[in-house]
Design a protein around this ligand. Structure first.
Ligand code: ARG
Length: 312
């Protein structure tokens, strides 16, 4: 009997991702150095129209790659709701809700919660949990699953607390390596690190403290480290979506693209400049709902349900 790592209805898709259409996307406040509300005010209609066009292109590329997209309903007054990566950490049908640092984004929490509750009623999620009120943690944006190493990398400093790592580890039963983000510009882990399916790690060392760079080097062999330049990192190219051998990202340098292609990856570039104005790009605009660790057996959880049904 084969053990599937994905629910049966998702086996025909290569990935299952949550996205939120940018109907109400704008830059109306500033909580990171990319965000300049006065610049956005100069031509909000044009920027909004372009953002919608870029988001549609990203969704089209993902659909062409065989991704099933689950849409979160947009709401006015919470422009950063488009950055679904920050909603929660998701693994093995378990969801650990984000707790945002800034009040502007705390307003998104009920919408994300309602979304996961809806997914739970559909059987796509089995458990939803909250962090203690005193702990900040901004979802997959600051806690990235490394499929090759079967562990999480957790960023802390600008947004998430270092203390979140032990809760994540306990909740999911997985190793978590905390990494200190030392700049204001690279404020979330996912803008400076992308673990790839083949075990390579794209990263921008300048975002991390020296001790955290040493931690990264301890876990990743030299030949698997792909160092992004300051230019590529600043363009938010490291903020990439990797599905098997496909990588979807904002336009990057020929050098970075070449390094990825040399390792057998196919790079799909999507202009995401309007979201860059908010400090986000491809990975931020998506959240994988189908992350499963290799020791997770979906058959076990469906068998358990079957037994319940039989005893009724
Ligand atoms: N304006 C958003 C913020 O500052 C951008 C979030 C980008 N998301 C991410 N996962 N890096 O929170």
């Amino acid at each position: 009997m084969s053990v599937h790592t994905k629910p049966a209805d998702l086996l025909k898709h290569r990935a299952h991702i949550a996205m939120c259409p940018p109907h109400f996307f704008e830059v109306s406040y500033s909580i990171n150095p990319f965000m300049e509300p006065t610049r956005w005010e100069q031509d909000p209609l044009a920027y909004q129209t372009e953002a919608t066009h870029q988001w549609n292109q990203l969704a089209d590329v993902l659909a062409r790659l065989g991704v099933k997209v689950e849409l979160l309903q947009p709401h006015p007054g919470v422009p950063d709701l488009v950055f679904t990566a920050n909603a929660a950490i998701v693994l093995n049908k378990k969801v650990l809700m984000a707790r945002f640092k800034h009040p502007e984004r705390q307003a998104e929490e009920p919408f994300f919660k309602a979304f996961f509750q809806m997914l739970k009623t559909r059987g796509l999620i089995e458990e939803i949990a909250d962090l203690p009120p005193s702990i900040h943690q901004e979802g997959a944006g600051d806690c990235v699953w490394d499929p090759a190493r079967q562990m999480f990398w957790a960023g802390y400093g600008p947004r998430s607390d270092m203390g979140a790592a032990s809760f994540v580890s306990e909740f999911f039963g997985k190793k978590v390596v905390p990494l200190k983000l030392q700049t204001a510009q690279f404020y979330h882990l996912d803008v400076s690190m992308a673990p790839l399916t083949g075990g390579e790690l794209v990263y921008f060392p300048g975002a991390f403290s020296a001790a955290s760079v040493a931690q990264i080097r301890e876990h990743v062999a030299e030949q698997d480290l792909i160092e992004a330049s300051l230019e590529d990192a600043s363009q938010l190219c490291v903020n990439a979506v990797n599905i098997e051998k496909d990588i979807v990202m904002a336009p990057c340098s020929d050098r970075l693209r070449g390094q990825l292609e040399d390792r057998g990856y196919c790079v799909h570039q999507v202009p995401l400049g309007e979201f860059w104005k908010s400090g986000g790009a491809a990975f931020c605009l998506t959240l994988r709902l189908d992350r499963f660790s290799s020791d997770f057996s979906h058959q076990d959880s469906s068998k358990a349900k079957l037994q319940v049904v039989q005893t009724v």
